[in-house]
Design a protein around this ligand. Structure first.
Ligand code: SF4
Ligand code: SF4
Length: 436
């Protein structure tokens, strides 16, 4: 069965939280949606993947359609990526698959948005695509599904490197390769001091640690100078964000008016969540309920708020507090698309301008690279669910593709595999380090 092959090969969502694909392969749906939208500013690796590897992506899509019983396939792709579209179209033989042409807005690849655009269906509040008969897979995940059909586990990752580097480009690297190596493969940084945004500026994470490593979910690296506006923005403690928000939020509600989930009809209202910072006498537990359906897209913090405040981070905190308190928000109002939704869409050009990254926008052309790292660090948690447990001991020799970590039977999670031949230098609860 496909789900068993996907489990054995450690296939997880390559475009987000790393949800194990085997679970999706076990569901029964009407629509299988390929997500090639790629909305994060400065990341173009999916466009390159579709341009250069369309056949395996479509092979993975066909396999997922068969496994899920989907009668229709929808391929979400942006009109601006004409070469990628042509490559996929040239390889498309299945009449059940049609393209869903997307404009260059952020976040058109959000699952709720994509399902609505592709099928006209609105996912119930707090639900998943399955609740409206859909499975959504990122295009690189589908590529990995195709590999799994041939018994090949996920050992390489396709990434793009952009921003302040000499040669912005896309390439494959073994999972577990250090960011230090990845930046060097892109010709090195052009800034003396720099930071890395992993998988995106809007929804990714920022790190100063260039010895951290590529995982199965790493969409790409964006290198920005240490003194960039976004680094200063991001590098604040939650306490500082809250203090500033409490004193400066004037309740203009722009954050809510631009929120894509609010515009789709969900009760997400970041301006109300900002009240939880303490400038009303009503407690946070009341105001935080409007954070629960937030998808953490970052528009409110990084685009909408004229005061440069942190409504997204207030929502993050609100969600954490509600989870800890065991509270669950249930939207009672029907989900109804806001009449202004189409007029409040956020073009990437506008977003890049607001983020002050226009100078870094460039293609990241695919370059065939055979990178042989001296060592890799395979994290045991690169996926949603339980972490894998090491199945190899220190000092053992391993072969590329060999299982080095597994989750217990019946647990949600995924296996991890050696991405190079070598010797296990360290096997901890968090990672397996292999030296070539
Ligand atoms: S946009 Fe900024 S100032 Fe306006 S309500 Fe939201 S957080 Fe407050
Ligand atoms: S991050 Fe902000 S804009 Fe995005 S969904 Fe959450 S509240 Fe809405």
């Amino acid at each position: 069965m496909l789900s068993d092959q996907l489990r054995d090969c450690g296939v997880v969502g390559a475009g987000g939280a790393g949800f194990p694909t085997e679970v999706k392969a076990r569901s029964q749906v009407e629509f299988l949606i390929a997500n090639g939208a790629e909305c994060e500013p400065l990341i173009h690796k999916d466009a390159e993947l579709m341009k250069h590897f369309p056949a395996p992506i479509l092979g993975g899509m066909a396999a997922m359609m068969e496994a899920t019983g989907a009668r229709s396939g929808k391929f979400g792709i942006k009109t601006k990526n004409a070469e990628s579209l042509a490559a996929v179209r040239d390889n498309l033989k299945d009449p059940r698959i049609e393209f869903v042409m997307l404009s260059d807005f952020y976040p058109s690849g959000d699952e709720y948005e994509l399902v609505y655009t592709a099928t006209g269906r609105l996912i119930p509040p707090g639900g998943i695509p399955l609740h409206v008969g859909c499975v959504v897979n990122n295009v690189e995940t589908l590529y990995n599904v195709d590999l799994a059909l041939r018994g090949q586990p996920v050992v390489d990752k396709f990434i793009s490197v952009s921003g302040a580097v000499r040669e912005p480009k896309s390439f494959w690297v073994p999972v577990g390769t250090s960011f230090r190596d990845v930046v060097a493969l892109a010709g090195g940084a052009t800034a003396a001091e720099y930071v890395l945004f992993i998988s995106g500026i809007m929804m990714g994470t920022m790190t100063f640690d260039i010895d951290d490593v590529v995982t199965k979910t790493c969409g790409g690296l964006i290198v920005l100078p240490r003194d960039h506006y976004l680094v200063t923005r991001r590098n604040r403690s939650q306490a500082d964000m809250n203090r500033i928000g409490k004193s400066a939020c004037d309740q203009c509600s722009y954050c809510t008016e631009f929120c894509p989930r609010y515009l789709l009809g969900y009760e997400v209202m970041p301006h109300k969540v900002m009240r939880s910072l303490g400038f009303t006498t009503t407690g946070a537990e009341h105001w935080n309920q409007w954070s629960e359906l937030c998808c953490a897209c970052g528009i409110c913090t990084l685009y909408a708020c004229p005061e440069d405040l942190y409504p997204k981070e207030a929502c993050d905190e609100g969600k954490r507090d509600r989870r800890a308190a065991g509270l669950k928000f249930v939207q009672t109002a029907p989900v109804q698309v806001h009449p202004m939704k189409e007029y409040r869409r956020l073009p990437l050009t506008q977003l890049r301008k607001r983020l002050q990254i226009e100078e870094y926008e460039s293609d990241t052309p695919y370059v065939e690279t055979v990178h042989k790292p001296a060592a890799v660090r395979i994290k045991l948690k690169q996926h949603a669910g339980a972490p894998a447990k090491a199945t190899v001991a220190e000092g053992k020799r391993v072969k590329k593709g060999q299982v080095v970590g597994q989750v217990e039977a019946g647990q949600l999670g995924a296996s991890v595999h050696a991405s190079i031949d070598g010797k296990v230098r360290q096997a901890t609860a968090d990672y397996i380090e292999i030296v070539a």
